[in-house]
Ligand binder design. Structure first.
Ligand SMILES: [Zn+2]
Ligand SMILES: [Zn+2]
Length: 258
């Protein structure tokens, strides 16, 4: 179900007012941030984990976008933990995650379709790994805004290395030939969780797989090397842009919508 542009406009106002100061639009600059996951990696096209994933051509996601950088030790990190805290999620954090995800889907799902020349036909929220009995908290938040039909994606009950990339980690019900599946996740850390789900979508015969994550998770210990200098990643990113969060910046391109 599509959400009207008037409602999206209201949501945008609320999100910018409440979280615009600490959410950060991911930056896409060639050889400054990773072309896949937007992590800072000056001098390289892709960060180290994404470079390793390139050994599997044709299997990884066709395209990946994150809606915001999230810093583990800052407000943005608390929000990503709080929205799914057990036994009781923090309502305020849930609202921020829901608004971010709904705006990202409502304003930019069409961009993912246009960039690949193939409309999104299906979507799935990537479940936890190993599988949990309860519904993934993100799924309920995005159901109203996700494009196409929901497809059945399940996590394996157990895994030796849940963060590694493995086709054994997920199973997806087959989709019609030519389908474009959008996989939605809350957090991208190394990419192993999402890229494993991509393998399941490929096994389910998806022609195209796009991945949209709410948060590109950044640890303060991931120092950015610029020549001889070591810079903490948040300071580095702040040096690239200081602007407040703007949901209309396209997460797929890092600038205007295609
Ligand atoms: Zn990367
Ligand atoms: Zn866009």
């Amino acid at each position: 179900m599509a959400i009207s542009s008037a409602v999206l406009e209201q949501f945008r106002g609320v999100l910018v007012r409440t979280a615009g100061g600490y959410l950060r639009n991911p930056i896409r600059t060639h050889r400054v941030t990773c072309a896949v996951c937007t992590t800072p990696c000056p001098g390289y096209e892709r960060c180290i984990p994404c470079r390793k994933q390139l050994h599997e051509p044709g299997q990884r996601a066709d395209q990946v976008a994150a809606l915001t950088y999230v810093f583990a030790n800052k407000q943005s990190g608390y929000v990503m933990r709080g929205y799914k805290a057990q036994p009781r999620p923090v309502q305020e954090h849930r609202d921020v995650v829901a608004l971010t995800a709904i705006l990202g889907l409502g304003l930019h799902s069409g961009c993912a379709s246009r960039l690949l020349g193939n409309d999104i036909t299906h979507w799935a929220a990537i479940p936890s790994m190993p599988a949990k009995a309860e519904e993934h908290p993100l799924r309920r938040l995005v159901t109203q805004a996700a494009p196409g039909l929901e497809c059945d994606l399940r996590g394996a009950p157990s895994a030796v290395a849940p963060r590694a990339i493995s086709a054994e980690h997920f199973w997806m019900a087959p989709v019609p030939e030519g389908s474009h599946v959008l996989l939605i996740d809350d957090t991208w850390t190394s990419g192993g969780h999402a890229q494993s789900a991509v393998l399941a979508a490929r096994d389910a015969r998806a022609a195209h797989v796009s991945v949209l994550v709410v948060a590109r998770w950044i640890e303060p210990s991931w120092a950015v090397l610029e020549g001889e200098r070591k810079i903490d990643p948040e300071t580095y990113l702040r040096g690239l842009s200081v602007r407040d969060y703007d949901p209309s910046i396209c997460p797929w391109t890092g600038s205007s919508c295609p």
